[in-house]
Write a protein that binds this ligand. Structure first.
Ligand code: DX5
Ligand code: ZN
Length: 226
């Protein structure tokens, strides 16, 4: 099932509630980019904004943690009401332990892979994951260009999932530079959950942009299927 997840990073920070209401009915998830200025060269926002956003929307929330040693903050984000916590494999000393902790806190668990990360390690974790997030830009900023090699990476991730003996099937997500021109190709490679910041919030009609992204992603998948 196609899921469109607008990223709050590209919203108007002085009018967050207004921007949230624009996509409330059309989006499937809200993506929250948490940046620490250390793992990534930018600082975004933290737990208090996430709490406020939780009050303002009924969309499920994904906290994409771009922070070093994310274990220190899992509980705070879970308490703030997020539904899914995604950590970067490079930031976790013991990734399996971190995923278990996220689930213990009552959230779904995701792992993000930067553009240079080989997805091979995923085969040992398929049953523990709800989502695999392929980064299609170097994390840190919205509005960057899609890195084309991500398409091949997504195909590899899909193959690893398909070859796994586990009945669990994590959702393949993609984050960075997704727009109306490339979403169909990325969907055809196997992604189902699409994070989109600029393509949604920089549009004149954010709800319409979500609908159009969904239409393009579904159209391609349908044609691959028949
Ligand atoms: C990048 C973030 C993305 C970003 C996507 O570090 O993880 O979620 O907000 O923004 P766009 O869609 O503009 O590339
Ligand atoms: Zn993100």
């Amino acid at each position: 099932m196609i899921q469109i997840a607008p990223s709050l990073l590209s919203a108007d920070f002085l009018n967050l509630n207004q921007d949230l209401q624009k996509i409330e009915k059309s989006a499937d998830w809200l993506h929250l980019d948490i940046m620490d200025g250390c793992f990534v060269p930018n600082i975004s926002y933290g737990v208090s904004i996430v709490k406020a956003v939780r009050e303002a929307t009924s969309l499920p929330l994904d906290a994409h943690l771009m922070i070093v040693k994310p274990d220190r903050y899992l509980e705070q984000f879970a308490r703030a009401g997020v539904n899914l916590i995604t950590v970067h494999v490079e930031t976790c000393d013991h990734l399996h332990r971190t995923l278990m902790r996220i689930k213990e806190l009552g959230c779904k668990a995701g792992v993000a892979l930067n553009p240079h990360i080989d997805p091979g390690f995923l085969k040992f974790l398929i049953k523990d994951l709800d989502l695999v997030l392929a980064m299609s830009v170097n994390p840190g900023f919205g509005g960057q260009s899609f890195i084309a090699s991500t398409v091949e990476k997504i195909k590899q991730i899909k193959q690893i999932i398909n070859e796994s003996a586990s009945a669990a099937r994590p959702v393949i997500a993609v984050d960075g530079g997704i727009n109306l021109e490339n979403i169909a190709e990325v969907a055809a490679a196997g992604a189902e959950h699409f994070v989109a910041g600029s393509a949604v919030f920089k549009s004149e009609d954010p709800a319409g942009a979500v609908a159009e992204l969904r239409r393009k992603a579904m159209f391609k998948k349908y044609h691959d299927y028949i």
